[in-house]
Design a protein around this ligand. Structure first.
Ligand SMILES: [Zn+2]
Length: 248
């Protein structure tokens, strides 16, 4: 677990996962001298997007995602997944939120001239997902929580939090940053936000252009890394269970 900021090691683990699953780890951009990758699995059923590591000082996301893939090779074969293992390698290596240019990538999805963002958009062309899950962490977090944006009812947020609640309890705070949280769920009213000024987060871009539901999952940084990674794995599993429920 001490290797959580070792990007080379992370990608070696993904290469092993991909070899075992018979899929290719594809490089779609270079950022701060690091290759940035995605993989697409060929399973059936509704498509799911999963990404981690857009904020480099939130290592439980990339660790949770790769360990989930290592532990669940059958899921990679069964589901139609698009996975971005780590969107900000330079940040991960340097344990910092922003990229090598000091940019918060999670406010930059409208910046088409940025090479990494441009590469991401090219990968995403024409794609539609039932759900998108983005793995994050919060230094002020006291429990596990999420931001949910979805067009479809019912809400899946409670099921995702419940799945992780045996590992990390649900966030007890009723205010998180400037938002109201109810039982660990923040439902943002995105119609009232001027994202052209604020900058487009990944989840908002996905909601507007690619996904029926988006979940930005936040683990509390003060908990042990193994626990945080396990909670992220539980949230991924709960998402796939919910997606499978749609198909059946
Ligand atoms: Zn974050």
């Amino acid at each position: 677990m001490h290797r959580a900021h070792n990007y080379r090691h992370l990608i070696a683990r993904w290469q092993a996962v991909c070899r075992a699953a018979g899929v290719r780890l594809r490089r779609f951009a270079e950022a701060g001298k690091y290759g940035v990758y995605y993989l697409q699995t060929r399973g059936s059923g509704p498509a799911v997007y999963v990404s981690a590591g857009i904020h480099g000082d939130e290592p439980a996301g990339p660790e949770g995602l790769v360990s989930w893939a290592e532990e669940n090779p059958g899921r990679l074969r069964a589901h139609a997944l698009l996975i971005f293992p780590c969107l900000n390698p330079w940040g991960l290596v340097n344990n910092i939120r922003v990229d090598a240019d000091g940019r918060d990538l999670n406010r930059s999805f409208h910046v088409m001239e940025h090479p990494l963002i441009a590469g991401w958009h090219k990968v995403m062309e024409g794609r539609a997902f039932e759900a998108a899950v983005m793995l994050h962490e919060d230094y002020d977090g006291e429990g596990f929580y999420l931001y949910e944006i979805q067009r479809q009812q019912p809400s899946w947020g409670a099921a995702l939090l419940h799945a992780a609640s045996g590992i990390i309890p649900v966030e007890p705070r009723a205010r998180v940053d400037r938002y109201t949280a109810r039982a660990g769920i923040i439902r943002r009213k995105i119609g009232t936000v001027d994202f052209a000024s604020f900058g487009y987060p990944e989840a908002v871009w996905l909601h507007l252009h690619h996904s029926e539901r988006t979940f930005t999952i936040e683990s509390p940084s003060e908990f042990a890394l193994a626990q945080r990674a396990a909670a992220h794995r539980a949230a991924i599993e709960a998402t796939l269970a919910a997606v499978s429920g749609l198909a059946s």
